[in-house]
Design a protein around this ligand. Structure first.
Ligand SMILES: Cc1cc2nc3c(=O)[nH]c(=O)nc-3n(C[C@H](O)[C@H](O)[C@H](O)COP(=O)(O)O)c2cc1C
Length: 218
């Protein structure tokens, strides 16, 4: 494909609309749950995959996909990872982060900004031990985001972890592995429309903890 062909790629969005009357006054996480249910019902690929953006001490943003693992009490967005990973180190330095969902099958995007906090050790352990054994072993074996000598070295570590925990079910949670809850202060719901005149409705948290709604120009 050349750049002209690339530049000519575009899609028209026309499936649905989003109005102020469509969104729940209770707050953005409750509204997100409605859209997530619709994404699940539509049988989209990886509907819980979200882009997580963090920032380092120099202000350099970095983004990667993680999986949404809960919306506890409609207070925020839960995900699990390695606390010593690049994202973990960046979140320790600045807990301000952003999430983006893109559901092409529904012509929808959700943009979330907020502050993360670690979930309790009990919660992280319960989730860790609910994962398949192979994932539990992988979490122990992989020093996420660190340079490693080779694929073989990684598989060697996997075998060592298997031997170390042989007969133990479930594995203990590695101390460097656990969950984060992102509590949002801004969430935008985007619905694609024709002529690039998309619908954008944004919730912003006010100083008194209420949610204020605005429509933004596309
Ligand atoms: C579909 C998908 C789901 C993923 N889910 C997770 C996840 O839930 N947690 C995680 O730590 N990494 C997940 N990853 C891997 C991350 O994108 C990333 O490679 C890893 O967390 C290391 O990122 P970091 O070096 O910026 O910390 C997922 C990747 C993809 C493509």
């Amino acid at each position: 494909m050349n750049d002209q062909q690339l530049a000519d790629l575009r899609q028209t969005y026309s499936q649905r609309t989003l109005t102020e009357a469509d969104v729940l006054p209770a707050g953005p996480v409750a509204q997100f749950r409605v859209w997530l249910d619709e994404a699940l019902a539509a049988r989209l690929d990886e509907p819980t995959a979200m882009n997580l953006a963090t920032v380092d001490a120099a202000g350099q943003p970095a983004a990667r996909i993680v999986l949404l693992k809960g919306l506890p009490a409609d207070e925020g967005f839960l995900f699990y990872t390695n606390y010593d990973s690049r994202k973990g180190r960046e979140l320790a330095g600045s807990p301000l982060a952003a999430l983006t969902f893109f559901w092409p099958g529904l012509e929808r995007q959700v943009r979330i900004e907020g502050r993360v906090e670690k979930v309790s050790e009990e919660e992280s352990t319960a989730y860790f031990q609910s994962r398949p054994r192979s994932s539990q072993i992988g979490a122990w074996a992989s020093p996420q985001s660190q340079p490693i000598a080779s694929r073989e070295a990684l598989e060697q570590r996997e075998h060592e972890v298997e031997a170390r925990f042989e007969g133990q079910e479930p594995l203990p949670r590695p101390p460097h592995w656990g969950g984060y809850l992102l509590r949002p202060h801004r969430v935008e719901f985007w619905q694609g429309r024709p002529s690039r005149l998309h619908d954008r409705i944004v919730y912003e948290r006010t100083a008194d903890g209420q949610w204020h709604l605005n429509r933004l120009a596309p």
